[in-house]
Design a protein around this ligand. Structure first.
Ligand code: MF3
Ligand code: CO
Ligand code: CO
Length: 278
């Protein structure tokens, strides 16, 4: 299998799917507060994607080899959950940090993105983890241009996060995205500059670093004696974990972030007009 280079029509379809994915997060934002359950958030998102946006939640019944069908329309990864948290009946409480990851299929194309939410004020440490992770994602995004290599992206993210005293999860990575949810290439969030695949205009992939406040190791979340749900991954040391995700197009001169909408948080100050040129 090889990396799909998208043509103009495919890029137009991806722009729409990705904008819709971002607008789901915009819609959810005022609902993400103490007392609300992640299952309520899931129902709101499901309804919106299907009945308002005319799309399909890509995660619902998604079943890669070796996994059970994923049972919800988005992922909600709370506190020490690294990724793939399944919505449930527990109400959010002040001080929680929550990643919401939405992937929608619209006209056959996937838009994939996630954001962090701090419930209430949040501790300084929790807010810093979320902020550094956001900036780390953008440190990777600004490396995207024809001729750059995937290792440049991973290296930029890794050095920034590790210099801040945090660690990078290795077991999960960004990915090509298009007609399929997970396509080639794998986009590692660590690595060496000048290594791995060379970027070409028309490639579309996600950048979605998972960054831990403590050690980088992870484990399956076995919640006491209950059988594993097949999906939920937590930090092995139970430290907090954060993640942000955008879907990005390689343009002729740089990059275009596709998962943007009115409610997207602004890019960090180091993202200049020059680096953002597309
Ligand atoms: N949206 C996730 C990603 O960024 C994948 C979630 S798969 C699920 O790649 F089945 F857990 F929903
Ligand atoms: Co993704
Ligand atoms: Co995602």
């Amino acid at each position: 299998m090889t990396i799909v280079i998208k043509n103009a029509e495919e890029i137009a379809a991806m722009r729409e799917a990705c904008r819709l994915a971002s607008e789901v997060l915009d819609m959810l934002t005022p609902h993400v507060r103490a007392g609300v359950t992640t299952l309520e958030i899931d129902r709101l998102a499901h309804d919106y994607m299907v009945n308002v946006q005319g799309g399909v939640p890509a995660t619902l019944n998604y079943q890669p080899p070796g996994y059970p069908p994923y049972p919800a329309s988005l992922c909600t990864s709370l506190n020490d959950v690294v990724c793939h948290g399944i919505p449930d009946e527990r109400p959010l409480k002040n001080g929680d940090i929550l990643n919401i990851d939405v992937t929608i299929i619209k006209n056959g194309f996937h838009g994939d993105n996630s954001r962090m939410f701090v419930i209430g004020e949040g501790s300084i440490a929790a807010r810093r983890l979320c902020q550094i992770t956001y900036e780390a994602m953008w440190k990777g995004i600004v490396k995207v241009r024809p001729g750059a290599r995937l290792g440049d992206i991973g290296h930029a993210i890794q050095t920034f996060a590790e210099n801040a005293g945090f660690s990078i999860v290795r077991e999960f990575c960004g990915h090509g995205v298009g007609r399929r949810f997970h396509e080639e290439p794998q986009v590692l969030h660590y690595g060496r500059p000048g290594t791995l695949e060379e970027l070409q205009p028309g490639m579309i992939f996600t950048i979605e670093p998972m960054i831990n406040a403590g050690r980088r190791e992870i484990k399956e979340d076995r919640k006491g004696n209950r059988p594993y749900d097949g999906w939920t991954i937590v930090t092995r040391d139970r430290s907090l974990s954060a993640q942000w995700e955008h879907t990005v197009l390689v343009t002729d001169s740089g990059y275009e972030v596709l998962t943007l909408s009115a409610g997207s948080p602004p890019p960090p100050a180091f993202v200049t007009a020059a680096t953002a040129a597309s």
